[in-house]
Design a protein around this ligand. Structure first.
Ligand code: XMP
Length: 511
């Protein structure tokens, strides 16, 4: 792999993704990892990421010069560029000329990094200190007003660095610079593709599972669907999937799992229709956290039941989970090459049900999981499904959840989704909750009569990771069409409103 050394800024994941966009496999490692341990992973190259600190700040992470003596290609970015300069005997100074944001760069010599790129270009900068003298053996190839040396390279030793951030979209030629490092300086071939990933994972899963039995819970979401399809590709009918239908999904979603998914994968699926059980447990409950707790508890209870039913037929050793790479990085876990981790008590399951986890997506980012899903033959509608909360529509009905209210919300939600898709905006909008204010009524007029119905709220948001979000500026014509259709077609709804709150202070969901 290419190792991306994380100096604690938010850029390491982005760099790792850009490297993969160049079809080269990458993994993130913490800067505290000893050089010997990095080298033990046999890296094709090492990229030092940006970081928040000045290289002269107290406690600033340093870079072990041994890193540059191992013959492994190294690329320093921003903080990594400066740390590399210091480690190799160049000069970093606080010149008082900081640069933040879009900055003109002038290339004095294209070298390998800027080959074929314009001599004057805009790059994204974020630095206080700057490199004033490149280390010995390096050619300085570019500068900006605030950075006397903004890029350098030493082709013999296969070392290079840039002051700017090539990984962000605001650096238009950044991806080209990164590719030049990977292909030209480090000499890596772009061979990492989703079909390679499938091949590798299939072999690893077969090896691990042998002739044992595997269980997977499908949620209706993308991650569990792709994880199960991949495991199925490896071991066929040794995998059994369980789908607990809690009756809180949107229109067509349970059918998508029960019919489309099975048709496209051939997976063995057991469906537990538990809609009535969930509704009766939720009766009279209005408090959001209580709703969530009840749904979580019932879900575990049913899944346990399913696992026991299957155990009675066949002993089960493994459980598939759709864990993704960002969760692995954020929980500080290394990736290694292993896609398997041992766990005895999974997500609240009782002690006598012991499974080993199989997590075939734990090295992948979300967009890669989607591509993998398509490659495995899953329907586009499933692969590009927007995120949807586990407790489902129950937390989008403000007030008690009843069968009738679910019907109303499902109908309104289906219209909003269909129109968003028809307008070609479903992939650019992160999520589009429709919320039913079931305990609120307002006066309206329809035909010749006065109505006294419920409002629904449209909550379209754009986001990168759901941690922060902004409300999506949907075209007025689209909003008008959704509003007209919902009030005309959905019984009991006589008003449509738009939520224009960002997150923070609002959350994406209303409960
Ligand atoms: P909020 O409402 O906190 O939501 O801004 C952030 C993201 O998380 C989703 N969400 C959930 N997902 N189980 C889930 O699997 C849950 O209980 C849950 N609650 C919120 C929400 O849809 C958004 O994407």
């Amino acid at each position: 792999p290419v190792l991306v050394v994380d100096y604690g800024a938010q850029y390491a994941q982005l760099i790792a993704r850009r490297v993969r966009d160049a079809r080269v496999y990458s993994e993130i490692v913490p800067h505290s990892m000893p050089v010997a341990e990095m080298l033990a992973r046999n890296p094709a190259a090492i990229i030092l990421s940006g970081g928040p600190a000045s290289v002269y700040a107290e406690g600033a992470p340093t870079t072990d010069p041994a890193l540059f003596e191992a013959g492994v290609p190294v690329f320093g970015i921003c903080y990594g560029f400066q740390a590399m300069t210091v480690a190799l005997g160049g000069t970093v100074e606080s010149t008082g000329r900081r640069e933040f944001g879009g900055t003109p760069l002038s290339v004095s010599e294209p070298g390998a990094l800027f080959a074929g790129l314009p001599a004057a270009q805009s790059v994204w900068m974020s630095h206080n200190d700057s490199v004033t003298k490149a280390p010995e053996g390096f050619t300085a190839t570019a500068s900006s007003a605030g950075a006397a040396v903004a890029a350098f390279e030493d082709r013999d030793r296969r070392l290079a660095g840039v002051q700017f951030h090539p990984e962000v979209a605001h650096t238009p030629h950044g991806q080209a610079v990164l590719r030049h490092f990977l292909y030209e300086i480090a000499g890596i071939a772009p061979t990492w593709t989703m079909s390679n990933v499938i091949e590798e994972q299939v072999a690893a899963i077969r090896e691990t599972v042998g002739d044992k039995q595997v269980l997977c819970a499908l949620s209706g979401g993308v991650d569990s669907a792709v994880a199960a399809a991949l495991v199925h590709r490896a071991i066929g009918d040794q995998l059994t999937c369980v789908f607990v239908d809690h009756g809180l999904l949107r229109a067509g979603e349970a059918e998508q799992v029960e019919t489309d998914y099975v048709a496209s994968t051939g997976i063995k699926l057991k469906v537990y229709d538990a809609a009535e059980q969930f509704l009766s447990e939720l009766a009279g409950v209005t408090e959001p956290e209580t709703k969530r707790k009840i749904i979580g508890r019932e879900f575990i209870r049913l899944f346990e039941q399913a696992a026991r039913d299957l155990e009675a037929e066949n002993h089960i050793d493994f459980l598939v989970q759709g864990t993704l790479y960002p969760d692995v990085v954020e929980s500080g876990g290394g990736t290694g090459t292993a896609n398997i981790k041992s766990h005895h008590n999974v997500g609240g399951l009782p002690d006598d049900l012991k499974f080993t986890l199989i997590e075939p997506l734990r090295t992948l980012f979300k967009d890669e999981v989607r591509r993998l899903g398509l490659e495995l033959g899953l329907p586009e509608a499933m692969v590009y499904r927007q995120p949807f909360p586990g407790p489902g529509l129950a937390i989008r009905i403000i007030g008690e959840v009843t069968a009738h209210r679910l019907e109303i919300l499902r109908a309104a939600d289906a219209i909003a989704r269909a129109e968003l898709t028809a307008a070609g905006l479903d992939r650019s909008v992160w999520q589009f909750p429709v919320v039913l204010l079931a305990d609120v009524r307002s006066v309206g007029v329809q035909g010749d009569g006065r109505t006294y119905g419920h409002p629904v709220v449209l909550r379209p948001v754009s986001s990168e990771d759901a941690m922060t979000a902004d409300w999506s500026r949907l075209p007025y014509d689209l909003l008008a069409k959704i509003s007209t259709r919902i009030t005309n077609e959905v019984e009991d709804v006589n008003r449509v409103t738009l939520d224009i709150t960002s997150k923070p202070p609002g959350t994406i969901e209303w409960e």
